[in-house]
Design a protein around this ligand. Structure first.
Ligand code: THU
Length: 132
């Protein structure tokens, strides 16, 4: 599964976004070590805002729910709900920490000014929190 393919799947997942609070739709698609791809989208809760969840964590928890705990890479795309234009969306700090806790070598694939970029989770941090 190539990076461009994973980005395409993330774009499709983005269509399912539920984002009444921000109108910002995000899609994520991850490749597990098993070869299976799992998707996620951001799901906001308009009654209790803190119940909202990011696309990346939804995708990761989708994989874990299916028994796939080893993640190789995750593609992320985001932009205004009604627009086809994709921003330079990278995972938020919470999602990066969540991924770091699973495996610091997970590769994050994202668009930056239309270019496909790949960066390991650990390379987003200046001084990461770790238990060990
Ligand atoms: N969001 C994600 O789902 N992933 C990111 O990488 C950045 C932000 C969501 C959270 C919220 O629903 C909306 O995008 C605006 O912040």
């Amino acid at each position: 599964m190539g990076n461009e393919d994973l980005l395409k799947i993330a774009k499709n997942a983005r269509i399912r976004s539920v984002c009444p609070l921000s109108s910002y739709a995000v899609g994520a698609a991850l490749l597990a070590k098993s070869g299976t791809v799992y998707i996620g989208t951001n799901i906001e809760d308009k009654v209790i805002m803190s119940l909202s969840n990011c696309a990346e964590r939804v995708a990761i928890q989708n994989a874990i729910t299916h028994g796939d705990r080893e993640i190789l890479k995750i593609a992320v795309v985001g932009g205004k709900k009604e627009s086809n234009y994709l921003d330079n969306t990278v995972p938020c700090g919470v999602c990066l920490q969540y991924m770091l806790n699973l495996d610091e070598n997970i590769e994050v694939i994202f668009f930056n000014d239309g270019e496909v970029c790949v960066k390991k989770v650990k390379d987003f941090f200046v001084q990461p929190f770790k238990l060990d």
